[in-house]
Design a protein around this ligand. Structure first.
Ligand SMILES: Cc1ncc(COP(=O)(O)O)c(C=O)c1O
Length: 416
């Protein structure tokens, strides 16, 4: 195999067809939606929200996490927003968040008039750590948001030890990590809240968009309900009026009905992704350029994607050339995860969240440092040196064999 054989140089692709789609939706979702429509036709009442489907979905989801309370919302971004809003942090307090996250994992901080403090990730990982979070804690810290990226749990043992010592509530952003576990315990159950995205690309979905907020604390559950629905006085004595300013983040019954069907498939989705990853890992053992980063001890990933590194020793290419060559062979890879570094984006660097005045950083009521720098060398390094391979639970042995063939071809072609 030579460089001339590579698809990027005009050779035939190692993967001649796209790898299998998920096929996560089937007739059961269709039947659930049809049942709702049939009921609407029969009764003459439109399908709504906060109804029996959502109630059942929330009960079933809570049970899957070992008990507690769940509220359905209309997005993963809004799940984080609602969890933070439920804490009702004082405006101009600081909220710590891991450096690698979707923009939806940081925007809610601004929407609560708080200041984001960006914690670097642990070296070689996409997830943050207690050590990095500890560097940012100040008297202004109101909450910590811990994203579990790529289906991999962050080390919640250490993070909760720190947070409990300091008395700071933790929101676990589980948008990418449904049913991922640490020491056998699901993510989302370690902190005060688990915020889940259930948009269509996630492990289980409630339609195109959606989310769930989980908590073990009944009082917090009522605050979640209030925050998710314009401050309505859920859980408050009769006669109470709307109690806080918040948005309408309600899930629809249609989404909940889809979610209930999908939830039954969720454990299998994680198991099957782990099987696919294990088969790939067995093949990668014979391909020296593939570097598989370690998970934290006791972690069980659900592989929303798989982050991988490149062992460049003996190769006549850069990491980017290697990944581009894989992509040209038809592999499901993306070059890096720089799109998940929100503190490197213009709005953050230029303090332009709202209008042109630099609010909330510039407010005289903010007692921290407006232009405080948040160096994230580990996040920059890991997104320079690692990349993402997208797998799913429906991959066949043929998909795995094709993918391994692509890796083998690229490895051999670049080996001097
Ligand atoms: C870590 C993280 N947080 C928040 C979100 C936002 O979720 P949604 O797209 O459902 O609003 C995402 C979306 O992928 C995410 O990956």
């Amino acid at each position: 195999m030579t460089k001339a054989d590579l698809a990027i140089n005009g050779g035939a692709k190692a993967i001649p067809r796209p790898c299998s789609a998920r096929y996560a939706t089937d007739g059961r979702e269709k039947a659930a939606l049809n049942a709702l429509i049939d009921r609407a036709i029969e009764t003459g009442n439109n399908v709504g929200y906060n109804g029996p489907e959502e109630e059942a979905l929330c009960r079933e989801f809570s049970a899957l996490l070992g008990g507690g309370y769940t509220d359905g919302v209309n997005g993963g971004t809004n799940a984080v927003y609602v969890a933070l809003r439920a804490l009702n942090p004082e405006p101009f307090s600081e909220v710590i968040v891991g450096a690698i996250t979707d923009p939806g994992g940081i925007m809610p901080i601004l929407m609560c008039n708080c200041i984001p403090a960006v914690a670097d990730v642990e070296k070689g990982s996409y997830n943050t750590s207690a050590e990095e979070i500890a560097k940012l804690i100040t008297p202004l810290t109101a909450a910590i948001i811990v994203p579990h990226i790529a289906g991999e749990p962050a080390d919640m043992r250490e993070i909760m030890k720190l947070a409990n010592e300091k008395g700071i509530p933790v929101i676990e952003d589980c948008a990418q990590s449904h049913l991922a576990k640490l020491d056998g315990r699901p993510v989302g159950t370690w902190g005060a809240f688990g915020a889940f995205s259930t948009m269509f690309g996630k492990h289980f979905c409630t339609g195109g968009q959606g989310g769930l907020v989980y908590t073990k604390d009944q009082d917090m559950y009522w605050k979640v309900r209030q925050a998710a629905d314009r401050g309505k006085p859920f859980g408050l004595p009769e006669g109470s009026t709307n109690c806080i300013a918040s948005l309408n983040c309600n899930l629809q019954e249609f989404g909940a009905a889809i979610g209930r069907v999908q939830l039954r498939k969720l454990p299998r989705f994680g198991e099957d992704r782990r099987k696919v990853a294990a088969k790939l890992a067995a093949g990668f053992a014979d391909i020296p350029s593939v570097m598989i980063p370690k998970l934290v001890d006791g972690a069980e990933s659900v592989y929303w994607f798989w982050r991988l590194g490149v062992n460049l020793e003996g190769l006549s290419c850069t990491k980017d050339e290697y990944v581009k060559a894989l992509a040209a062979e038809g592999a499901n890879v993306s070059l890096n995860y720089k799109a998940a570094l929100p503190s490197t984006f213009d709005w953050f660097k230029n303090r332009r969240a709202f209008g042109t005045h630099g609010f909330p950083w510039t407010s005289p009521e903010y007692k921290g440092t407006m232009n405080r720098d948040f160096p994230i060398p580990n996040a920059i390094e890991v997104t320079d040196t690692q990349y993402n391979l997208y797998i799913n639970e429906s991959w066949t042995d043929e998909d795995i064999a094709y993918t391994l063939a692509a890796y083998k071809k690229v490895d051999e072609a670049f080996r001097a």
